[in-house]
Ligand binder design. Structure first.
Ligand code: SF4
Ligand code: SF4
Length: 298
């Protein structure tokens, strides 16, 4: 049985597909979106997580760390190159300010976590795999969703589609729905902002459409990045040309993840907050102008 690395389970989720869902987040992502809502999900390996808001600054973690990865000055600082994620500081902390984000589980264990609330899913809900990028662990993901389908659950995958086409094809028999993020049309912007080109993503999207998969496309509206008229118009035009019946959702920016970047001692580059209703409406107008008729609103 395959094993995979996960970092979070959300129960009773309402934004990861239709109905009430359990969502499991898998680690590892080939993109490096500056606005990522789950930065702890980008590295494939486990990551030490320090919460300065509850830290007592007692120094016990510093004393027990076998590699000297921690220092206490104005706050606890973590040298991530020295940290081996041994967990000693987690055990020593009296305030639960330390934790390891990332846990290796078998596909059976992952499926059992997802199916625990199956009785509450109802006719529309089910299970969703998210990340990180699910397809970076596609063999594990495939096995998890296969087990969930055998148990009668509806299954969905949230993905950026940056993966070999064989990985996407392997998910077709086990994923009832694909929630696909398309962030930029301009390949140069895609590469400079996200660290990879988008041609594989677009090829995989066209492959899913050619195979008749149930696809919802989503674009996060990030101020200073994706939330421009040119970008949204280009994506909408491409989507409509590829599939005139495309379902398309614009996701408003959610700045709540800033505290995660504080915890990781990293700067968060996105300025401003969520878009206003009027700003959202102006983007919806663009979709209508480009012929999108199935606009999904949050
Ligand atoms: S997880 Fe282990 S190596 Fe990393 S900071 Fe804590 S005690 Fe040190
Ligand atoms: S042991 Fe916990 S509470 Fe004490 S300094 Fe370390 S992280 Fe903070």
């Amino acid at each position: 049985m395959k094993t995979g690395v996960i970092f979070e389970l959300t129960r009773f989720a309402t934004h990861d597909g239709a109905g009430l869902r359990s969502t499991l987040f898998l680690k590892g992502c080939p993109l490096s979106c500056p606005w990522c809502q789950n930065p702890e999900g980008i590295p494939p390996e486990p990551l030490l997580w320090h919460n300065p808001k509850v830290c007592l600054q007692c120094g016990r973690c510093v004393a027990v760390c076998p590699t000297g990865a921690l220092t206490l000055t104005d706050r606890i600082h973590v040298n991530r190159e020295a940290c081996t994620c041994c967990g000693s500081c987690v055990d020593a902390c009296p305030a639960a300010a330390m934790s390891i984000s990332g846990q290796t589980v078998t596909a059976r264990e992952a499926a059992d976590m997802l199916l625990r609330d199956q009785v509450f899913f109802g006719p529309d809900g089910g299970v969703t795999l998210s990340g990180g990028e699910v397809l970076s662990q596609w063999q594990f993901a495939r096995e998890v969703l296969d087990l969930c389908k055998q148990a009668g659950a509806d299954t969905a995958v949230e993905t950026c589609l940056l993966a070999p086409q064989s990985a996407v094809e392997a998910m077709l028999p086990v994923a009832d729905h694909f929630l696909v993020d398309i962030k930029f049309m301009d390949p140069d912007l895609h590469r400079s902002c996200l660290g990879a080109e988008n041609h594989q993503i677009l090829e995989n999207y066209q492959f899913l459409i050619s195979r008749g998969a149930d696809v919802l496309v989503r674009t996060p509206l990030i101020p200073g990045y994706t939330a421009t008229e040119d970008n949204i118009r280009a994506i909408a035009r491409y989507l409509h040309q590829t599939d005139p019946n495309v379902r398309y959702e614009l996701l408003n920016f959610n700045p709540l993840c800033r505290s995660k970047y504080d915890a990781l001692e990293e700067d968060y580059p996105v300025q401003g907050g969520a878009l206003s209703a009027a700003e959202m409406d102006s983007f919806y107008d663009i979709l209508v102008q480009e012929g999108i008729s199935q606009i999904i609103k949050e």
